[in-house]
Design a protein around this ligand. Structure first.
Ligand code: FES
Length: 102
């Protein structure tokens, strides 16, 4: 288990190892788009990881290729549908569309 803090909502949730950030976010009814339903094809679930990047699975080729097509990505960018919680470190993520950035 690891704690995932969701900004700017200010919510913290306990997430089991192997759970995607998207699944965790949907579990708390967070406003996270997911047009392709987690297939790494749309990029709509783009989020920023503010803390605890090592607590998430590594970026696979498919995710990396999709991120490359998104305007506004940075070193903190991940696709919530592809990033899995490892349970080794707590994570803080930031949802987009609330007026802040990387
Ligand atoms: S839901 Fe489409 S890329 Fe994540």
């Amino acid at each position: 288990m690891a704690t995932v803090t969701v900004l700017p909502l200010g919510k913290s949730i306990e997430v089991a190892e192997g759970t995607t950030l998207l699944a965790a976010l949907l579990g708390i009814e967070a406003p996270i788009p997911h047009k392709c339903e987690g297939q790494a094809k749309c990029g709509s679930c783009h989020i920023y990881v503010q803390e605890g990047r090592k607590g998430l699975s590594k970026i696979a080729r498919e995710e990396n290729e999709r991120l490359d097509t998104i305007v506004g990505i940075g070193s903190k960018s991940r696709l919530a549908c592809q990033a899995k919680v490892l349970g080794t470190e707590n994570v803080t993520i930031e949802l987009l569309g609330f007026g802040s950035g990387a």
